[in-house]
Design a protein. Sequence first.
Lengths: 407, 407
Amino acid sequence: MSFDEAKNAIHQKIKPEPLGEEEVPLLEAHNRVLTQDVTSSLDIPPFNRSTVDGYAVKAEDTYGAEENTPAKLKVCGTVNVGEPPHISLAKGEAAEIVTGAPIPEGADACVMIENTEKLGDVLLVYRAVTKSENVMKKGSDIKKGETVLKAGTVLGSSEIGVLAALGYAKAKVFKVPVVAVLSTGGEVTEPGKKLPPGKIYDINAYSLSAAVLEAGGKPVCMGVVPDDKAQLRRALEYALASADMVVTSGGVSVGPHDLMPQTVGSLGEPGLIVCGIAVKPGKPTTVALVGRKTVFSMPGHPTSALLLFQLLVRPLIQGFAGRPVTGTSVVKAVAGARMFSAKGRRTFVMVKLNREKSGRLVAEPVETGASGAITTLAKADGFIEVPENEQFIDAGEEVAVLLLKSA
Amino acid sequence: MSFDEAKNAIHQKIKPEPLGEEEVPLLEAHNRVLTQDVTSSLDIPPFNRSTVDGYAVKAEDTYGAEENTPAKLKVCGTVNVGEPPHISLAKGEAAEIVTGAPIPEGADACVMIENTEKLGDVLLVYRAVTKSENVMKKGSDIKKGETVLKAGTVLGSSEIGVLAALGYAKAKVFKVPVVAVLSTGGEVTEPGKKLPPGKIYDINAYSLSAAVLEAGGKPVCMGVVPDDKAQLRRALEYALASADMVVTSGGVSVGPHDLMPQTVGSLGEPGLIVCGIAVKPGKPTTVALVGRKTVFSMPGHPTSALLLFQLLVRPLIQGFAGRPVTGTSVVKAVAGARMFSAKGRRTFVMVKLNREKSGRLVAEPVETGASGAITTLAKADGFIEVPENEQFIDAGEEVAVLLLKSA
């Protein structure tokens, strides 16, 4: 199956639709995705507010006021901020007011304190104001019923502020897809313990769990499952029951202990939908569907596993999370060496990006293969795609580098 | 004080150095920052491994083997994956082996199963192998003592994988700076409750807490503190005692209830270091230092508060977190209208980015000011800086837009 056929098979069988909604406290909604349009249930501001420190007045009482011919008004009281005004202005009256306080009944403008002088309860106004001057009208920022945020918005600091402004202490957001991640292979063992002879430390359960986080999912890191058919089956059944998706690694080749394809294929209908892909690296990648849940079985090689995850799994997790499906970020660079495609297979060449003094960004291939399992992970910034029908990309050609480091 | 003077005052008085280190479980270290270089305490792989399914052999026993003249070897046993080999090869012997299993003593190469035929305990080898062929040598990926990750690295999925490979179940990372966030103002009240008459909902405690998250800090959202000198002082003392930095908003103008500057200035030495900045918006911004802890007092207007946070606070939080200080991201665009600077003040114009059909990115000013508190937050993508010494930026000029949405 070619890479495009595999992508099509996945695309046809698995709809990357959001998994549901939940309501969470406002700050926990940060970086989550709104499930519905948010409409204001109130006018903002909810009342006419003063935008200055000074006096609320009837504008017409100030008409003609100038430095030499001030208007004379009677101070009839004070309006406090944060309280409904308990006074009402009659003709010729003014009320002390501060920024943000509600305009009292009878007033229709505010005079800045700098343009006044108070003598006992007499106020001299040295500058006329027009109707509504220094007043922020009710609903002038947002009208009741107005749609302020759209469904599908990823909530950043501004949007969290908008929701608070509308009075929301919670937000309805899409559920975060839960992704179980497990490693198989008789040779892998948990980090943090002494390394038994003949073993190597498990990488993939950790790197793939972290990649799930970066894609907007919640990983359940199940660690290493022993290379035993019954135990693997039990672990997969548990993973399917407790998560929305399962990502495994290892055990997908054809060796005697590579139980993965037959085991995941027998877990339920419709079963295997992709069984090997004509790509390099990552050829043995297997995808099975059990009911509506997907099991992605990646190769054991850490870089291949992470690469195929970015290509195939990340967009699905984003879709399940209700996020815009961005795939991987891309930068343009110049190939630092000739890069060959494997005969008849879509080839992905891991590269490190170097910025030359001239400012040119150069993509240098990083050794992968058997002996570069960890050094490749440590060094590679991304990868370059070489199409099946091209023999190579030549040194100096402009290339698109798909970035592995999305954090 | 000009904007540059304010930045210099902050830069001279506050060293944005990491606050300390802690050890966290590996997956929790995702998107955190390494405090020290990580050196491998083991060779990887820790033993010579087979890279194929087949037979471990002495290479010289296969020399000359071809399709018509196979080498004949005696199968002396099996090497399992994940276990130390219990056998040792004598001349003329071969041992069954799978990918990843350790090469047994006496063997120095592996033959792929495809190139063999087994008849009882006799193995026919149809293709010669050279010494070390199909063997991944001990330490060939990483040598014991090699530095694999550098201090200051932000841990993404690849780096988490590298740490697992080296056997680490925990990582030493910089502490996350704790930032207390509180709002003041008699007119603001907590979202989630019925809006009392004369009040508006608090925005800044939420938007600034979310901005702290985006900068790599841990917000402690203290909500609204009443506009009372004693209560404000108690709240600030509590905030200083429980957090590494404090960000307040509101109460920094000159009105009768604007207690913030005098209160934060009296909390301890050295006290106020910035008291008003010649910027628009954000003029009343105040910065005080109490011992080694900083109190940033932002204006009450939500967009101004968020803007000044991005300009002044975000780089400090990044520094305290041991992160690269990136400030805000920048995109190039074309000014969609003439934008004026406020006389003698560094002016920041909030803009929305629109991509025209031609592909041109246009920065359209968004109305701010008194009546645009929430609509500005909802609409603005970023801001443009207009220098003090320029009257305006003209429509059509190329401008740098500093992005507000960093999530």
